[in-house]
Write a protein that binds this ligand. Structure first.
Ligand SMILES: [Zn+2]
Ligand SMILES: [Zn+2]
Length: 132
């Protein structure tokens, strides 16, 4: 299987050639800012399955914790990936083209969700983090 993704302006693109795993939506205040929405929508990539196919030099990284960064397009601002210790850790589901073949399987930090956020679907909701 292979998935592709890109940012809003199209300058940056990637492929993922193994199934995404562990899709989650984190509703904490930090993720709302990072993902510019009600929550994150993020899934993990398996090791060595993610390749930047276009525009890697246009990526900007921003990190607030040691070893952890987010990569976004310096042109249009789409957040594309989480980077852990220099390697792509996961991708934002909003940047995947078409069906990512995975659905959000948990909502975390629901206790701090935005007042305007309505969470739909049947995925379990956790007040804080969830071990997985
Ligand atoms: Zn872009
Ligand atoms: Zn969060």
């Amino acid at each position: 299987m292979s998935l592709s993704g890109s940012c809003f302006c199209g300058k940056i693109a990637y492929t993922v050639d193994k199934a995404l795993t562990d899709a989650r939506a984190c509703h904490c205040s930090r993720c709302r800012k990072v993902f510019s929405g009600a929550s994150s929508a993020y899934a993990l990539v398996q090791p060595n399955s993610h390749t930047w196919t276009k525009g890697e030099s246009s990526l900007k990284r921003y990190g607030t914790e040691a070893g952890w960064e987010l990569a976004f397009c310096s042109e249009c601002g789409s957040t594309l990936a989480g980077i852990l210790e220099g390697s792509v850790h996961g991708v934002t589901l909003g940047t995947v083209n078409g069906d990512p073949k995975i659905e959000i399987d948990k909502h975390i930090y629901v206790a701090s969700k935005a007042s305007w956020d309505h969470i739909g679907g049947n995925a379990p909701q956790y007040p804080e983090g969830a071990e997985s």
